[in-house]
Every structure is written in structure tokens, then in C-alpha cells.
Ligand binder design. Structure first.
Ligand code: FEO
Length: 167
């Protein structure tokens, strides 16, 4: 089977979105590293790698079904952040955007009876549930532990642990 033009276009947009996500997390990781949040830096570097892997998954899928992946490039992502909480809030918002985009492609795949793309995207649907839950849980920590320097240090340690736990 071959991908429809519409699905190919949507998947290429998704490749671009995953690439942006990877770049955004890289900028966040770098900011954390400079600021002295070593745990958060490790966490966001790992997130950035994950997003690159998501992008590669889609590139391979498109190419294997007779399509042509468009390799994205983007402008430098925003690298001015207020604080760690703000950074995690931005991350959650970005993940919600990715979720919507995945769901949109699933919708089209179902309408087009493209069972292959629908099955392929199932992994991404589940991944997005995990990602959103992860950021929601991390954001709760600010209410639970606090926002002073000691609390942020604790949250940084939690992020360090999170960066080591396999998906
Ligand atoms: Fe691949 Fe977190 O979106």
C-alpha cells in the first residue's frame, strides 16, 4: 500500500512538530544547565533525544510506504525562560499541541480507511497520554513541595531520577 497525499502531508507536518519539540527541549536543557539545575538539564536532554526518536520513527514510516519525508529545519527556539515551573508548564502545553495533532491524523486515517497509519499511530497516542501525565505530575510537585530554593532543589532531584527511568 501507498500513503495518500493527504496522510503523507500530515505526517510530514508531524515530523516537523517532533523536530520542534526536540529543539525546544534542547533549549530548555541548556537553560537548566546554565542555571545550575543539573537534574532538570538531564531530564530535558533526555526529552530532546526522545522527540528526535519520535521524528525518526515517522520518517522511516513515511519512507517505507512510498512517501517522501521532508527533513525540517527551524529557527532557534525560545531560550529565555522565567523559572523551572514555567518551563514545565510550557512543556505540558507543547505536548497537548502534539497530542491534538496526532489525534487529527488518526481521524483522517480512519476516514480514509488507512488501517496501517492508524495502527502505526497507536503507539504515539499512548505515548502522548504518558507524556501529558508526566508533566502534570511534575507540575503538581510545586504545590506539594513548594517554590522556595530548597523545594526547587528537591524538584531538580526528582527530575534527575525521572531522566534515568526508562519510558
Ligand atoms: Fe513526540 Fe512529546 O511529542
Amino acid at each position: 500500500m501507498k500513503l495518500s497525499t493527504k496522510i503523507e502531508k500530515l505526517l510530514n507536518e508531524q515530523i516537523s512538530l517532533e523536530f520542534s519539540a526536540s529543539s525546544n527541549y534542547l533549549a530548555m536543557a541548556s537553560w537548566c544547565e546554565i542555571t545550575g539545575y543539573s537534574g532538570a538539564a538531564a531530564f530535558f536532554y533526555a526529552q530532546s533525544t526522545e522527540e528526535r526518536d519520535h521524528m525518526l520513527k515517522i520518517i522511516h514510516y513515511v519512507n517505507s510506504l512510498g512517501g517522501k519525508s521532508i527533513i525540517p529545519s527551524n529557527k532557534s527556539p525560545n531560550s529565555n525562560f522565567k523559572n523551572l515551573e514555567n518551563l514545565l508548564k510550557t512543556s505540558l502545553k507543547n505536548e497537548q499541541t502534539v497530542t491534538k495533532s496526532i489525534h487529527k491524523i488518526v481521524d483522517v486515517a480512519i476516514k480514509e480507511k488507512d488501517y496501517s497509519t492508524n495502527a502505526f499511530l497507536e503507539w504515539f497516542v499512548n505515548e502522548q497520554i504518558q507524556e501529558e501525565t508526566k508533566f502534570e505530575t511534575l507540575l503538581q510537585k510545586f504545590d506539594l513541595i513548594g517554590r522556595d530554593k530548597l523545594a526547587i532543589n528537591e524538584i531538580d532531584k526528582i527530575l534527575q531520577k525521572e531522566s534515568q527511568s526508562p519510558e
